[in-house]
Each structure stands twice: as structure tokens, then as C-alpha cells.
Design a protein around this ligand. Structure first.
Ligand code: C2G
Length: 132
């Protein structure tokens, strides 16, 4: 079984997330997603609308996701790859080069981001609609 791993906050789930998850899953037979904890989001300077628990429930309902594990810090990836027998690590190409150190342990693939959609864009547009 070829196992794939990716990470993210996945807040306000949108088609960009779904297309990333689908392409990642299509690279193997099983997809593990490291979901950023609320505490780790603070370290990433990200404020998510939904809590970790809410984002986890939503992500687990996505047909391409087989298991969700918590992402608590920047340093857990090697251990996650080894502990979960990961063959392929996947991230959107906004992270191009950031995780090349994992090439010692698994294949590393950066996939093109879906243009025109982001959780931040959604929040900004909702805010402006409600405040015009
Ligand atoms: N993504 C995408 N297209 C978009 C938006 C996001 O392909 N329009 C991808 C990102 O490149 C990432 C994944 O969807 O691979 C999750 O995006 P985020 O939730 O924004 O993840 P991020 O905050 O970048 O967290 O340790 C890695 C970090 O946890 C990544």
C-alpha cells in the first residue's frame, strides 16, 4: 500500500483544499492528513475560523482523506513519515523547497495551488459584503 501524507490548517474547506487532497490521494492508496492544531496555527500566524475539532470533523468527511492526525509543531514531520510508513509527502507549491529535507525518508512532491481561492479571500469577501 502506497501511503501519502500532507499537512495543513484546512479552514473553511474550499475547492482548492479538495483538489489538493484529491491529487494527493490519487498518488497512492491511503492519505494521512496532519491537521494544524489551534496552538500550532498561532505559531503559523494563522487564525482559523473553525476550531481544530470542527476542522477535523469536516476533513474526516472528505472521501480522499483516510486518517487525520494532529500537527502540533514544525518538527514532527520526519517522525510522522517514519511512524506512518509514508511513501510520498505532498504539499501545495506555495511550500516549494521548504520540506526537501524529507527526501531522505520519502518522495516529496509539491503540487500547483488552485488559483483564485483561499480561506483568507473568503473571509475578506464575507467581511466586506457584511460591512458595505
Ligand atoms: N492549497 C491549494 N490551493 C489553494 C489553497 C490551498 O492547493 N487555493 C493547498 C496548500 O498549498 C496546502 C493545503 O492546500 O498544501 C492546505 O492549505 P492550508 O490549510 O493553507 O495549509 P498551510 O496553512 O499552508 O499549512 O506544515 C505545513 C503547514 O501546516 C501547511
Amino acid at each position: 500500500m502506497k501511503k501519502v501524507l500532507t499537512y495543513g490548517t484546512f479552514d473553511l474547506l474550499h475547492r482548492g483544499h479538495i483538489q489538493l487532497l484529491k491529487r494527493a490521494r490519487d498518488l497512492g492508496d491511503h492519505l494521512t492528513v496532519g491537521l494544524s492544531s489551534d496552538e500550532f496555527n498561532v505559531l503559523k500566524n494563522k487564525k482559523s475560523y473553525y476550531s481544530f475539532e470542527h476542522r477535523k470533523v469536516i476533513l474526516e468527511a472528505v472521501r480522499y482523506v483516510d486518517i487525520v492526525i494532529p500537527e502540533m509543531n514544525w518538527d514532527q514531520k520526519i517522525n510522522d513519515v517514519l511512524q506512518n510508513n509514508i511513501d510520498i509527502f505532498v504539499m501545495g507549491d506555495d511550500w516549494e523547497g521548504h520540506f526537501d529535507f524529507l527526501q531522505e525518508y520519502c518522495e516529496v512532491i509539491y503540487l500547483p495551488r488552485t488559483v483564485g481561492v483561499s480561506s483568507t479571500k473568503i473571509k475578506n469577501e464575507l467581511f466586506s459584503v457584511n460591512n458595505d
